[in-house]
Design a protein around this ligand. Sequence first.
Ligand code: GAP
Length: 509
Amino acid sequence: MLKGEDLFKKIIAHAKEYGFIFQSSEIYDGLSAVYDYGQNGCALKNNIKDYWWKSMVQYHENIVGIDSAIFMHPTVWKASGHVDAFNDPLIDNKDSKKRYRADVLIEDHMAKLEEKIGKEVEKAAKRFGDSFDEKMFRETNPRVLANQEKIDAIRTRFVAALDKNDLKDIKTLIEELEITCPISGSRNWTDVRQFNLMFSTQMGSLSEDANLIYLRPETAQGIFVNYLNVQKTGRMKIPFGIAQIGKAFRNEIVARQFVFRMREFEQMEMQFFVRPGEEKQWYDFWKEERMKWHKSLGIPGELFRFHDHDKLAHYANAAADIEFMFPFGYKELEGIHSRTDFDLAAHQKFSGKKLQYFDPETNESYVPYVVETSIGLDRTFLAVLSHAYKEETLEDGSQRVVLNLPPMLAPVKAAVLPLMKKDGLPEKARELMDKLKYDLMCRYEEKDAIGRRYRRQDAIGTPYCLTIDHQTLEDNTVTIRERDTMKQERIHMDNVKQVVLERISYRKG
Ligand code: GAP
């Protein structure tokens, strides 16, 4: 089975070959960490958005959706803390001239120690077989304990340095851990500096009166500044949520790993406004709800895990990530944050406008607390794609690449394939297309042998292929071939729409 780096390379190549993801401005040699979604990628991405939107907005009576502008008043970013604190600590290697995030270098070092522990556990599990007690082993094995102690000490020191914004100590830590540059192999580092991640531009035509404005680094602030508009016009009662899907921009220092870390990306965020004091209960609720959502995509549960934050952002009183086992390891896919009243209180202060809620149940006015769920659309896309990609050897020895996408997310739901380009079969197939196309995303294909056409549909994850053959002309039945099992059955043309719609339904997952 393909794993790790090899699997990742194959997925990137497949994404390009089958029209899922292209590098931006490719004919000009591309633009770093910016990508375009092609014909199949755009459809898959829209289906993920649609599923998220339905799960959040349509299935919850107390959540509504908005679409706020990318450009916002510059004071928004002052109030939110982004102008002063949306920084990454960066460090350069003087020999390779490569730039790194200092926190990532340290985290990668800790991950290597974790890996060592993992290997010890794996070895012991093999040695002891069924009688292996992993918990006991982790608590008593001297090598595991020594590495765990190292990890804990690094983390404590690192969190303290970040808290105090002690960039000198972060550099000293990198030196003490003897972290080397992966390119030059040297330890010749510059000092650590803070780097603001927001992109800025100017609004207004004349340079004298032009204002510096930012491309939003998160969609959340568009929700906060509209909190009162939505609460009043929607007559929303606390607890309630506002959801939004949209582009965000960050000038990432180290942009890598394909669509995992981009400079222009898309977020799906929901801010849930609650009574102060009830935020913990809602935070726990949304953590579980969001984990259930990920598992409902048909991806095995063990590929997800929670990572509770040690170091909380300036606005949060609790925070956790949902991490996914990407081909390059467990990494953040979604953040769930209990943001207190930080944002609304800050906007109240900076704008001078009251952003309070009168609670008819308690007869009190207060600034609501917020629990946020924030998921990266592109990372979800990558998670879905990397889990779906399979290389299979079939019974006859031939090979196929198949995307086992959840049917509801597949770019094309059904391919309509006349067996031959003659004898009236294309005309009959077009008849079927006309019956289906208003309700289902279908693709018509008549070129090449049927086997090759099946392979092409497998490679983009089409769950059903409908073949029109000579028998169709006699009795109006077609064969329906299922992507994963490759099993075929005959059904009447009049029933195709109903059958496919039922099988791809959201409820089926
Ligand atoms: N409003 C909170 C917020 O923006 P975040 O953890 O910075 O929190 C939320 O971002 C999610 O957005 C992440 O979990 C990730 O999935 C996605 N994301 C963040 N930066 C990204 C980037 N440079 N490229 C792709 N996705 C990104």
